[in-house]
Design a protein around this ligand. Structure first.
Ligand code: NDP
Length: 496
């Protein structure tokens, strides 16, 4: 932060290891979705600030960070893990003020951040190339994994620090430097995170943050000629625009996008466990998660029983202050999101969906609170069965056979995640293999870990975060041929 008054704390941009005002000096108010009040002021970055941030990242890459060994980078990352563990409660509270998610959710995420830096620190000194036996005699042939360079990281508002970490930890392990742009709705947690990076003793410029409400800010970063790779989490529509813009400079791109994930409940499932998993999948985080299990595909024999259980559970969900330990659902994160959910609901009713529960702004709390909603009589071609809601809305569709269930699940342009509920081990694996989704959870839902690759099939994205693959997303493979003989007799006009 660069100044604090009795009213609002004003933050600076994090560039080159310093906190500094935006070039034009402008700031904007960050709103708390629960209170509706401004709670901090964030800097409004201009194009010059993006240039500075990219320049600082390039300087660190060409300078002290680029000169470090993997073991040195790992040491920095482990120090960051220690700082993050110490700061977890503070970061969680900042996150909840910014996006209205329950403190119990943001605290769980903040406490897990250290695990990601420790896991990827373990890879920083293991980025091995290969020694390849040459097909032609007299050559030594090998590969090197080199950092892709300066990374532009753009995030959505729903889990800013977790989404950032899924990019930053493997990027640092690979030897890259980063300019991060959080969503304009949630700028503060990423600026607070930059202070943790400073405390951990990284060379200046390794991690930089630009914030602002200008719609061009993300575009400036994506199109910047000094950015070598863009890694983006957000909606599919924006992801397509980002991918197209990146291609103008042949900037590498990874996209983590939206979803319309299906939960499949077979008649042999443990229905208590399934009901709990379905509630966790779609009502946790007020449905504002990319893996929300927003399509329930349930066998006709158990359809009514499952819906009854879900309505009972939804009725009991306690909406309230996201800071309160007994709250189970907080508000939606912003007014635009509430408007989007309400509009989708109006059109779902018009298309013939039946409201089994909810489908309205919470009568007692008002504001941005939306009731957990269950819709039945949903057809697979209705908008509500196809479009991502990013809110607490479950659409229920019935199926008769396993083939029907798989076909319905795969009848989506998205392919981020899916859940399978069955007591049959054969069916579990058979169906998991047939589903077009980047993550499939069997008799559980919404599990993530540093070592578990995560990403989307189809319109849900390109590339993987987490696991070994995530580091390779931030490297370029270089192939080196070395002639071992002094006098190589070769035809200069023919390919070697
Ligand atoms: P948006 O796509 O609207 O925005 C995401 C980020 O992109 C924001 O920082 C936004 O900032 C920026 N942005 C917008 N337009 C551009 C552009 N043309 N060039 C560069 N950057 C741009 O998504 P939301 O923030 O509304 O987040 C919700 C979406 O995120 C959902 O679809 C959800 O599924 C997805 N998501 C995916 C996850 C995954 O891992 N697959 C995880 C979490 C969320 P600004 O608006 O200021 O430009």
């Amino acid at each position: 932060m660069i100044s604090s008054s009795d009213e609002l704390t004003t933050y600076g941009l994090a560039i080159g290891g310093e906190q500094r005002p935006a070039t034009g000096g402008a700031t904007y108010e960050a709103l708390n979705p629960f209170t509706g009040q401004a709670w901090a002021r964030a800097p409004e970055a201009g194009r010059e600030d993006v240039d500075r941030a990219v320049g600082a990242a390039r300087g660190a890459l060409d300078g002290p960070w680029g000169a470090m060994t993997g073991a040195d980078r790992a040491a920095c990352m482990r120090r960051l893990a220690i700082v993050l563990a110490e700061e977890a409660e503070h970061l969680a509270a900042v996150e909840t003020r910014g996006n209205g998610k329950l403190l119990r959710e943001t605290l769980g995420q903040a406490k897990a951040l250290a695990d990601y830096y420790n896991y990827f620190a373990g890879m920083a000194d293991k980025l091995e190339g290969a020694s390849i036996p040459s097909h032609k005699p007299g050559y030594f042939l090998y590969t090197r994994r080199e950092p892709v360079g300066v990374v532009g990281a753009i995030m959505a508002w729903n889990s800013p620090l977790m989404l950032l970490t899924w990019k930053l930890a493997p990027a640092l392990a690979a030897g890259c430097t980063v300019v991060a742009k959080p969503s304009p709705y949630t700028p503060i947690s990423t600026l607070e995170f930059a202070r943790c990076v400073e405390r951990a003793g990284f060379p200046p410029g390794v991690f930089n943050v630009v914030t602002g409400v200008a719609p061009e800010l993300g575009q400036w970063l994506v199109s910047h000629p000094g950015v070598d790779k863009v890694t983006f989490t957000g909606s599919t529509q924006t992801g397509i625009a980002v991918g197209k813009a990146a291609m103008d400079n042949m900037t590498r791109v990874a996209l983590e996008l939206g979803g319309k994930s299906a939960q499949l409940v077979f008649p042999d499932a443990d229905l208590d466990a399934a009901a709990t998993g379905i509630v966790a999948g779609v009502f946790a985080a007020t449905g504002q998660t990319c893996v929300a299990g927003s399509r329930l595909l349930v066998h006709r024999d158990v359809h009514d029983e499952v819906v009854d259980r879900l309505v009972t559970m939804a009725t009991a969900i306690k909406l309230g202050d996201p800071m309160a330990p007994d709250s189970e659902m907080g508000p939606l994160a912003n007014a635009a999101q509430l408007e989007k959910v309400s509009g989708l609901m109006d059109r779902a009713r018009a298309e013939g969906a039946t409201v089994a529960h909810g489908a309205c702004v919470s009568a007692s709390l008002g504001g941005l609170f939306y009731e957990p909603t269950i819709l039945t009589d949903v057809g697979p071609d209705m908008e509500i069965a196809r479009e991502e809601v990013f809110g607490p809305v479950l659409s229920v569709l019935a199926f008769d056979t396993e083939d029907d269930a798989v076909a319905l699940a795969n009848r989506s342009e998205f392919g981020l995640a899916a859940g399978v509920w069955t007591e049959s081990v054969r069916r579990a694996h058979r169906v998991a293999h047939r589903l077009q989704a980047g993550s499939v959870w069997v008799n559980t839902y919404r599990m993530v870990a540093p070592n578990a690759p995560f990403g989307g099939f189809k319109m849900s994205g390109i590339g993987r975060e987490n696991g070994h693959e995530a580091v390779y997303e931030f490297t370029e493979t270089k192939t080196v041929w070395v002639a071992l003989d002094d006098a190589q007799a070769r035809d200069p006009f023919a390919l070697g």
